[in-house]
Design a protein around this ligand. Structure first.
Ligand SMILES: [Fe+2]
Length: 246
């Protein structure tokens, strides 16, 4: 397997290029606009074709490089089917498997941070049939969880996030490694660690937001401050609607 994280330490953002070196097929997850050339160059150097460009959700904190990257390499730009965007995309569904040679991604729909959020469970068939790690987007961070990101729906979104985490993410095997979309320095959650990866078992034991009751979790997350104007602007661009609503 080829697995290359792209960590932006100034903003706490993580993107991932991963796939099968043997068969030369890969995906890029949560691509950033400023790194499109770097993903293309790395894939070319490894003799890999980028077949899928996946955003775990519509980002509000940085310009996605997903649509541009997908266009340049002739790949599918993928989002969960519930994504509210004005761009063409391939709709992902809960439980769907994406085959990248010997690497398999399984889509878990985990609404809460946003309605269209997904996690991607990764299996390397050359190592075994069991999943090895999970890309958690902005659903689960190291030491924190995503903030409910939809204005006016904080309590409802927080409840959805609690349910997604407890029903779908924390039920994964404890030894699965966790690679989130952000780490310390990002505005997409509070209290994130500066260490960009963890395991399900360690987060269950040590992440303070995962041991709360649903009621306490919703109360704590609903306190979230409104997004800065710049984030609204970025969100509109990532939805393919750059003009301000009238
Ligand atoms: Fe986000």
């Amino acid at each position: 397997m080829i697995f290359k994280p792209y960590y932006a330490f100034e903003t706490g953002c993580a993107a991932y290029l991963l796939g099968c070196g043997t068969l030369g097929l890969c995906a890029v997850v949560d691509a950033r606009e400023s790194e499109v050339d770097a993903y293309i160059a790395f894939a070319a150097a490894k003799g890999m074709r980028i077949t899928h460009v996946i955003d775990t959700h519509v980002h509000a904190d940085h310009r996605s490089g997903g649509p541009a990257l997908a266009r340049r390499v002739g790949a599918s730009y993928c989002l969960h089917e519930s994504a509210d965007v004005s761009l063409p995309f391939e709709a992902l569904t809960d439980g769907q498997e994406i085959a990248l040679g010997n690497t398999r991604l399984t889509v878990l729909h985990t609404p809460g941070h946003t309605p269209e959020s997904v996690c991607l469970v990764v299996t390397d068939l050359r190592r075994g049939a069991e999943p090895w790690f999970v890309l958690t987007g902005d659903t689960l961070f190291v030491g924190a969880v995503g903030r409910p990101d939809l204005p006016g729906r904080a309590r409802e979104s927080a409840g959805e996030l609690y349910d997604s985490l407890h029903a779908k993410v924390l039920t994964l095997p404890g030894d699965l490694e966790v690679f989130p979309g952000h780490f310390a320095g990002s505005l997409c959650g509070a209290g994130m660690s500066g260490k960009p990866s963890s395991t399900i078992a360690f987060e269950k034991r040590c992440n303070p937001q995962l041991s709360m009751t649903r009621e306490d979790f919703v109360a704590a997350l609903a306190e979230v401050a409104p997004k800065p104007d710049a984030m609204e602007h970025i969100l509109r661009a990532n939805r393919g609607r750059p003009e301000a609503p009238r």
